[in-house]
Design a protein around this ligand. Structure first.
Ligand code: ATP
Ligand code: MG
Length: 373
């Protein structure tokens, strides 16, 4: 900070020591308050290090509770062990069985297979043969696996992974499923043929309480901000709002935005007013992320719902069909997906003389949604 301290920043100064620690791809050095969950997962995966098939596992918990970070930490360690190949697949990006295996293929062969023209069977065969030849144990984490369920791909994907040894004797594969959809009973939602071979160890990631949030964010402030640039009182305010939202990302985003806001006023310190100024945007962090991840037709549907907020499903479909050429079945699938993502509420209502029909409403403030579309 400036020596002729008048509390003002000059252009080449910053409240941050390391702004990168607030970015989404940053994996924190310290990972506290998840000891028992890490232990469960280590217990399940340990056999892999000895060349054996690990136990399968399932990781559940609401958004922003450290599930992905836990996998990144563990897989980072596992990757250093000979004979183990850990692969984390983001199912929000790779939402099909073919996509999942492409990711695994890429990890093994160091190049991406063609996105079409190769049969799944061939792709699968190359992966499995290689594992057997190299005596490697494959550990796949299907992160955000709920997206595979929304696309009806979960059972096939798991079936192929869990039964690889039947078609390719000697293949050793373990699976970790990570779900942030607390309404989804993952095991129950699988086909019977998959359930019978899937008996996972479970690790639950609850929402961090306020003290835990303050501790974790305090560490982030220590690493990311200059000494004294973000006082305790401000951290408390951020922790309070984060605990309310239940998603740690809200707090991390709020810290960063508040820091930038302080800089825009050329202030050397972040004040509560900076937090207040950015709070709404930070709390809608997840909304932004979810909308950004939508495909073009999903986005079009959300737009249509926004234009017909509270409308009946049939009427919304008529408007939607004018923009796309999708049939009613696909439309219903898309409605269900947006509903499960908590972007819209699809509720059954009895209409006089017409039986039951669904009405579609936006789950968030219309203006906030439209701004992000
Ligand atoms: N115990 C912790 N210590 C430090 N940082 C943490 C901790 N838990 C979570 N974080 C941070 O919070 C953010 C969200 O964590 P993460 O991505 O692991 O959540 P998630 O449970 O996978 O969420 P989602 O279900 O939305 O994918 C990340 O930036 C991560 O670095
Ligand atoms: Mg995650």
């Amino acid at each position: 900070m400036a020596d002729d301290s008048d509390g003002m920043l000059s252009w080449d100064e910053s409240v941050f020591r390391d702004e990168h620690v607030f970015e989404i791809d940053y994996v924190p050095e310290a990972f506290r308050h998840r000891e028992s969950q890490l232990q469960t997962l280590q217990y399940a995966l340990r056999p892999a290090v000895r060349g054996n098939r690990p136990l399968n596992a399932i990781v559940r918990g609401p958004p922003g509770t450290g599930k992905t970070t836990a996998i990144q930490k563990l897989f980072g360690e596992l990757g250093g062990q000979p004979g183990v190949r850990p692969v984390r697949v983001n199912c929000q990006v790779d939402g099909t069985r073919y996509g999942v295996f492409s990711r695994v293929f890429q990890s093994i062969f160091d190049y991406e297979p063609p996105s079409s023209g190769v049969s799944f069977k061939k792709l699968f065969g190359q992966v499995a043969d290689r594992l057997v030849d190299e005596e490697e144990v494959l550990v796949v984490a299907l992160d955000d696996v709920n997206y595979l369920f929304y696309e009806n791909e979960a059972s096939d994907t798991l079936y192929s992974l869990l039964r690889a040894h039947e078609t390719h004797p000697g293949a050793k594969v373990g699976v970790v499923l990570v779900s942030s959809d607390t309404d989804l009973d993952v095991v129950e939602a699988l086909d019977g043929r998959v359930q019978s071979v899937f008996r996972p160890e479970e690790a639950y990631f609850p929402v961090y309480d306020r003290e835990e949030v303050a501790d974790i964010l305090g560490e982030r402030v220590r690493v990311g901000f200059r000494d004294g640039a973000l006082p305790m009182s401000v951290l408390d305010r951020v922790a309070e709002q984060t605990a309310e939202a239940g998603d740690l990302r809200v707090g991390i985003d709020m810290l960063r935005r508040a820091g930038l806001h302080a800089e825009s006023r050329a202030s050397e310190t972040v004040e509560v007013e900076d937090v207040e100024a950015v709070s709404e945007r930070a709390r809608n962090h997840r909304l932004t992320r979810d909308i950004e991840a939508l495909s073009d037709v999903e986005r079009a549907l959300l737009e249509t719902v926004a234009e017909h907020d509270g409308g009946r499903a049939g009427d919304v479909y008529d408007a939607f069909a004018e923009r796309t050429d999708l049939g009613y079945t696909r439309y219903t699938e898309l409605v269900n997906k947006l509903d499960r993502l908590d972007l819209i509420d699809a509720r059954y209502e009895s209409l006089e003389g017409r039986g039951r029909s669904r009405t579609l409403t936006l789950a968030h403030d219309a203006e906030a949604v439209e701004r992000r579309l």
